[in-house]
Write a protein that binds this ligand. Structure first.
Ligand code: DMJ
Length: 621
């Protein structure tokens, strides 16, 4: 080292001062190291600690929660049941212990939260954006994308997963090329479709695809989608929107994009949109009407809904998203709105314990006694059990209402066909219509995810019922290996569409959705095989030169296409297929519930959020 001589200072004197300085610097750096080290011993609530040590990097993943204990109890129960004869032959099934295995205790480093080493391959480093939603990440038991983005170790399954990813890219690329910014792609005429469900909002396929692109690691495409949201998603539209559709696709899509990526952009957009939906609740009962003008806030009922009624599956499918809107905004209004719906439904008298599909938003009474687990009723039941699960199993009313409804459904609607197929009939004032819609096929998955929290003596029964319904829905997928919009069990038919008008398939997800849940719950390989059958059928009958299209008749091998690539195909059908061929640690069910459009929302762990709120308070002091 060379020292330059300072004027008026002798060489030896300068050397002495320098060595004194050196000792002083050494002492100082030791002191700083000691102070920083001491931060680790301070309690979590101390402000300095939070400034210097980021929570995501150091907080151990929560263990020992309710779900873990439940899982242990469940495993014990399964062990005790060893050798028990399945109640119902072929479709009887047992929960696979892997489905709810206790979470592993490890440090959730940011790299792990972002899905582990596979993220290195991606254009956008996911860890960068994820730290922003650290609040919820800290509440998760496991990293959202798993250790290796859910990549299965079995090469055949991985090949299948890659195929689904290719389908997503194909669907997306064509939407981008021919319909960018419109709501959906018309793949035959190669143009965009706007429709009248979203009140002038655009880009439904973009919002519905954000999370699918992200979990598949299609980052270039994801970035295009994000840029569009930033520059072109205009929420100041003035048209007539379906409250339900805007909620499940736009609110759900933006919420899950926010929770997965931590991009504040999604949060501010969803808050702005959430506010625009509130006027729909301004009715004498607080039950919202089905249609709302997003600009003026005026709302009204669908013209086709009898006597100005609101639809059960519409006003009953807001709970998950609205609770999250309150969580994010810290404004209880959204939760209050949906709790009011819940209370009314809980209190009102129900024929045979069933929930009819039409209710007057003025009087709060049922308008017609039509009950269905398919269209008009479906996702109301789904949101009861999912509200319970999303509340970290604290929402007791949701639980009681769900199992009560299921009991009534079993007593009044569940039927066995002469050929031994279990199905859910529809109910019209006490008379059964032996018909099941494709939409009702989601119920296999729903009953499956709720099995574990039912009465102990009912749990295996619920799992068997879930498997039987899923089996019936698979039976309806023939001969093209795609299923009709509705199938019947009368006139000698067994899971067959007897009317020409019921034979179409519009790329719906419900049957595949049930395969995915049943796979996660049982690991019975047949569900992956059935999923693969559907992939091959989609390729053969629905893939056209410029995208995927629905077909008009599932019983004809030469397809007649309907020229629509529905946004739920990208959001749900392809996502559920991808999850079916992924390891269970990609969006693990211990941490996430999927809204009815397959947008994942995190389970709200109250204890964890309370910690967070305390910390926020300390910061602002
Ligand atoms: C989706 O938009 C949702 O799953 C909804 O709950 C029912 N219909 C479609 C898909 O079929």
């Amino acid at each position: 080292m060379v020292f330059r001589k300072l004027p008026g200072v002798s060489a030896s004197g300068m050397g002495l001062r320098l060595s004194q300085k050196f000792v002083f610097l050494l002492f100082l750096s030791g002191l700083v190291t000691l102070c920083f080290g001491a931060l680790f011993f301070l309690p979590d609530s101390v402000r300095l600690k939070r400034i210097f040590l980021s929570k995501t990097e150091t907080q151990p993943v929560t263990v020992g929660s309710g779900s873990e204990n439940d899982a242990r109890e469940h495993l014990k129960r399964l062990k005790n049941q060893g050798g028990m004869t399945p109640a119902k032959g072929e479709t009887s099934t047992k929960l696979k212990s892997l489905s709810r295995k206790p979470p592993v205790s490890y440090e959730a480093t940011e790299e792990r939260l972002a899905g582990g080493k596979a993220q290195e391959d991606l254009t956008l480093p996911r860890s960068k954006t994820e730290s922003a939603s650290a609040k919820f990440k800290g509440c998760l038991l496991k990293p959202p994308l798993g250790r290796d983005n859910g990549k299965p170790s079995d090469p055949k399954t991985n090949e299948r997963r890659e195929k689904v990813k290719e389908m997503m890219k194909f669907a997306w690329d064509n939407y981008k090329r021919y319909a960018w910014g419109k709501n959906e792609l018309r793949p035959l005429t190669r143009n965009g479709h706007i429709g009248n469900m979203f009140g002038g909002l655009r880009g439904a396929s973009i919002i519905d695809s954000l999370d699918t692109l992200y979990i598949m690691g299609l980052m270039e495409e994801y970035n295009d989608a994000k840029d569009w949201v930033q520059t072109s998603l205009d929420l100041n539209s003035n048209g007539e929107a379906s409250l339900f559709e805007v909620n499940i696709r736009y609110v759900g899509g933006l919420l899950s994009a926010y929770y997965l990526t931590g991009e504040e952009l999604y949060k501010s957009k969803v808050m702005e949109l959430g506010e625009k939906l509130l006027p729909a609740f301004n009715t004498p009962t607080g039950i919202p009407r089905g249609v709302i003008n997003l600009g003026s806030g005026t709302s009204w009922s669908w013209g086709w809904a009898s006597a100005g009624s609101s639809i059960l599956a519409e006003f009953g499918t807001l709970h998950l998203e609205f609770v999250h809107l309150s969580e994010l905004s810290r404004n209880p209004i959204y939760t209050e709105k949906v709790m009011n719906i819940r209370k009314l439904l809980n209190k009102i008298e129900k024929p045979h314990g069933l929930y009819p599909n039409f209710l007057s938003p003025v009087s709060g009474n049922w308008v017609q006694h039509h009950v269905s687990i398919g269209g008009l009723g479906d996702s109301f039941y789904e949101y009861l059990i999912k509200s319970y699960l999303m509340s970290d199993k604290t929402d007791g009313d949701a639980k009681t209402m769900y199992y009560g409804a299921l009991e009534a459904i079993e007593a009044n609607l569940v039927q066995k066909s002469p050929g031994g197929l279990t199905y859910m009939a529809e109910w019209r004032g006490g008379i059964l219509d032996h018909k099941m819609g494709h939409l009702a096929c989601f119920s296999g998955g729903m009953i499956g995810i709720g099995a574990d929290d039912g009465a102990p003596e009912k749990r295996q029964h619920y799992l068997d019922l879930a498997a039987e319904i899923t089996h019936t829905c698979h039976e309806s997928y023939t001969p093209t290996k795609l299923g009709p919009e509705a199938f019947r069990f009368d006139g000698g038919g067994e899971a067959t569409a007897t009317r020409l008008s019921d034979r179409y398939y519009i790329l719906r997800p419900e049957v595949i959705e049930s395969y995915m849940y049943m796979w996660r719950l049982t690991h019975d390989p047949k569900y992956r095989e059935w999923g693969w059958e559907a992939v091959e059928a989609l390729e053969q009958h629905c893939r056209v030169e410029s995208g995927f299209s629905g077909i008009r008749d599932v019983y004809t091998m030469t397809a007649s296409h309907d020229n629509m690539q529905q946004s739920f195909f990208l959001s749900e059908t392809l996502k559920y297929l991808y999850l079916l061929f992924s390891d269970d640690d990609l969006l693990p069910l211990e941490d996430w519930v999927f809204n009815t459009e397959a947008h994942p929302l995190p389970i709200i762990r109250k204890s964890c959020l309370q910690d967070d709120a305390t910390q926020d308070k300390t910061v602002s002091e």
